[in-house]
Design a protein around this ligand. Structure first.
Ligand SMILES: CC(C)(COP(=O)(O)OP(=O)(O)OC[C@H]1O[C@@H](n2cnc3c(N)ncnc32)[C@H](O)[C@@H]1OP(=O)(O)O)[C@@H](O)C(=O)NCCC(=O)NCCS
Length: 405
């Protein structure tokens, strides 16, 4: 007997067991228990109850995502996990589908999540985001001698609210995302092993900081990186260089505003030296996925100053197959990509037609991939002339959420 329902406080023990079994939290470690409590307090949780106990846990929280300068409401699926005994009963799939529908009903134009593998969430209309470049390098080799070193302030869990505010107020390039609940920052800080956090204030306000994990004092990896301006990002990297006397390795997801290789001396040499060691000098992975829930809002955020591209869109959405009371974005629309861009419900005779599932459509509308590339690999279809026009009109910066969840 399976019941899908909202989380109740009485589920706390069973939920602790699920997190323990999955290896994401340790019941014997007080700080990890508190971190899970913090995550739970963010809300938006449903569980699948099997024979009287919660065996699957899915959380969805509000946030936003920037589309070329416009902030769109976003729903982040922050946790999906099934206990060892609940596996392969469709629990995670059903709860994830319900979470997406809940986010959409709350007004989220886009849903976002991190994946353990591609394929699982594709069944719900998600598709891969862009590559994130993770670099590991010797911090002493940062070529930042011309940037003045500023002594940072040590931050602790007590500063979680300020760190959250700095993440919300950080520079927001295309695709950058935020999560509204403060307690999710508290939870992440609590889970970090060897947590360190260092930052800077401007007029008393925390404007730029990094917080992350440490393996002794040899290897640091920030999880949160926030800054409002490029000089502030350089302050943070200059700080990393200063720690280079002791710190052997620094691992960071490349900030979208910069090509880190420009600031590293001998980057190729470091990659060669890392060969055959446990250090992975450079790793690229598209570990996040997105799906649009509100076509009107997403298309409306696109500003293409060139010749407008008008076409019929025939979109299908697999979320409709999951009986969650929300049919998704499937339908026929007339779309204009221009300045302004917009949609009208229904097709217009005489226009070329683009046929796509919501996942590939989400990728092209966020600039993850070119329409003609996705057509070539069979993910969508349309006349060559329309695809070429869309390749031009949908050129935009590579999206990066900048908040790992
Ligand atoms: C991933 C996880 C949540 C799945 O939970 P689950 O409740 O067993 O999942 P479901 O029963 O809903 O779905 C299982 C189905 O997905 C399919 N599936 C699994 N991985 C897939 C993939 N990469 N692509 C497509 N289908 C996939 C399975 O084959 C299975 O299909 P079947 O029912 O036809 O046999 C669970 O294994 C887990 O908790 N893992 C550890 C934590 C984790 O990684 N969570 C995900 C974070 S993004």
């Amino acid at each position: 007997m399976v019941e899908f329902r909202p989380y109740h406080p009485e589920d706390r023990d069973a939920v602790g067991t699920i997190w323990h079994e999955v290896g994401w939290s340790d019941r014997s470690d007080e700080s990890k228990v508190e971190a899970l409590d913090a995550l739970i307090s963010a809300g938006g949780i449903e569980v699948a109850e099997v024979n009287g106990a919660a065996e699957c846990f899915v959380q969805q929280v509000p946030g936003d995502i920037t589309h070329t300068g416009t902030n769109l409401s976003m729903s982040a699926v922050t946790a999906v996990l099934t206990s060892h005994i609940g596996r392969k009963m469709g629990l995670a799939t059903t709860l994830s589908a319900r979470a997406i529908a809940a986010g959409a009903r709350q007004g989220a134009a886009v849903s976002l999540l991190g994946v353990f593998e591609t394929g699982f969430y594709d069944r719900l209309g998600f598709a891969s985001g862009s590559y994130e470049h993770e670099l590991t390098f010797d911090p002493a080799t940062l070529a930042l001698e011309n940037v003045e070193y500023k002594r940072p302030e040590r931050l602790t869990l007590d500063n979680a609210d300020e760190m959250h505010a700095a993440m919300l107020g950080r520079n927001r390039p295309h695709g950058s995302s935020t999560l509204t609940p403060l307690s999710l920052v508290t939870a992440e800080l609590g889970w970090m092993s060897g947590m360190w956090a260092l930052g800077y204030r401007t007029d008393g306000r925390l404007t730029h900081f990094m917080a992350g994990t440490a393996e002794s004092d040899r290897s640091y990896r920030p999880y949160f990186v926030a800054y409002e301006t490029l000089p502030q990002l350089l302050d943070l990297l200059r700080l990393v260089k200063e720690l280079g006397d002791q710190l052997q390795w620094f691992t960071i997801v490349e900030p979208p505003e910069i090509q880190l290789q420009d600031l590293i001396r001998g980057p190729m040499r470091q990659i060669r030296h890392a060969k055959g060691t446990s250090v992975r000098a450079h790793r690229a992975k598209a570990h996040w996925q997105l799906r649009i829930n509100d076509l009107d809002a997403v298309v409306g955020a696109i500003d293409w100053p060139g010749e407008p591209v008008r076409f019929n869109l025939d979109v299908s959405d697999p979320i409709a197959n999951f009986g969650v009371g929300w049919e998704g974005v499937s339908g026929n629309y007339t779309v204009t990509i221009g300045s302004p861009s917009g949609i009208e419900v229904g097709a217009t005779s005489g226009l070329p037609t683009l046929t796509s599932q919501v996942g590939p459509l989400s990728r092209i509308l966020f600039g993850v991939q070119h329409p003609s590339t996705l057509a070539a690999i069979g993910d969508l279809s349309g006349p060559a002339e329309l695809l070429a026009g869309l390749d031009r009109a949908l050129q935009m910066p590579v999206p990066h959420p900048g908040w790992d969840f």
